[in-house]
Design a protein around this ligand. Structure first.
Ligand code: C2E
Ligand code: MG
Ligand code: MG
Ligand code: MG
Length: 280
């Protein structure tokens, strides 16, 4: 919390602020318990190639709250990020993904990493220990970092990302286009893939700027040898336009919704033959 001058100015008696703060505290406490009560789940969504073969999956966190039902990560991740809970939650996610890995022969699992996790000195060691503990291989994972976090990264964070890459992790820039999206970052950041935010994909049919933006991005990515993922593909038209613009990976409700591991395994996704090398 802020100190000094700000402190005296805080409107302690504003009931709305108080309740918001109290709500956050409450959610924080419940989230801490959720980790131990096994209320967290990692769901999986397919990432496909142009032929709709599943070439990777993204793990998306869900909180099955006993009273409130399914709570979206968009609601509780920010709460976790404002406390040290994000470290515990982030470690849980990575361990879960490592344990689930054998269900996805021949493909990579992508997980989301918070900017707050990356700020920790211990972050790389924590992931290293989970790999040792589970026997999983770093090169089976893609770590997704949002564009906003990556472009604001300190030299320490960049060094950490480079260490992760040296261990074998792939790095993807998530939600590309929602931040400062300097094209020069693509050249300098240690990354392997870019995920174009759904806001561009949604407008590919109607917005000339979105078309030019995505095409330019895919051309730069090709030169840099990066994978380009189109996020949030909901319609055949969006799929066709994203393909035409040069994207080579696709993710969205059209190609498969995020689902629990058990139902993902029963779904009709075409997975690669296990004996093949990693392809995405
Ligand atoms: P994200 O990483 O950009 O994930 C994509 C989001 O888009 C997911 O929302 C996914 O369910 C949703 N989505 C996928 N296909 C479609 C589509 O065709 N249309 C639309 N409208 N949406 C689609 P979700 O699961 O609610 O996650 C929201 C965000 O929460 C994620 O955005 C990510 O930033 C964060 N998040 C999720 N899991 C984790 C996690 O384990 N750790 C951290 N730090 N953040 C996470
Ligand atoms: Mg993501
Ligand atoms: Mg995204
Ligand atoms: Mg996101």
């Amino acid at each position: 919390e802020s100190k000094g001058a700000g402190r005296g100015c805080v409107t302690v008696f504003d009931p709305e602020m108080l309740s918001e703060k109290r709500q956050r505290r409450f959610l924080e406490r419940e989230l801490r318990a959720a980790v131990f009560l096994n209320e967290l789940e990692l769901h999986y969504q397919a990432v496909t190639d142009t032929d709709r073969n599943c070439v990777a999956v993204e793990g998306l966190l869900r909180w099955r709250h006993p009273v409130r039902g399914m709570i979206s990560p968009a609601e509780f991740i920010p709460v976790a990020e404002r406390s040290s809970l994000i470290d515990m939650v982030g470690e849980w996610v990575f361990r879960r993904a490592c344990l689930d890995l054998h269900n996805f022969p021949g493909i990579r699992i992508s997980i989301n990493v918070s900017g707050e996790q990356l700020k920790r000195d211990s972050f790389v060691n924590v992931f290293e220990n989970v790999l040792l503990e589970t026997g999983a291989n770093a090169n089976r994972f893609i770590l997704e970092i949002t564009e906003t976090v990556a472009t604001a990264a300190t030299p320490e964070i960049i060094a950490r990302i480079e260490r992760l890459r040296a261990m074998g992790f792939h790095i993807a820039l998530d939600d590309f286009g929602t931040g400062h999206c300097g094209f020069n970052y693509i050249k300098t950041l240690p990354i392997d893939a870019i995920k174009i935010d759904r806001s561009y994909i949604r407008n590919l049919g109607s917005d000339r700027i979105a078309q030019v933006f995505v095409s330019a991005l895919t051309q730069i990515a090709r030169i840099q040898g990066l994978v380009i993922v189109a996020e949030g593909i909901e319609t055949e038209e969006e799929f066709a336009l994203a393909r035409a613009a040069g994207c080579n990976r696709f993710q969205g409700y059209l190609l498969g919704r995020p689902q629990p591991l058990a139902s993902f395994r029963q779904s009709s996704h075409r997975l690669p033959r296990p004996e093949l090398a990693l392809i995405a």
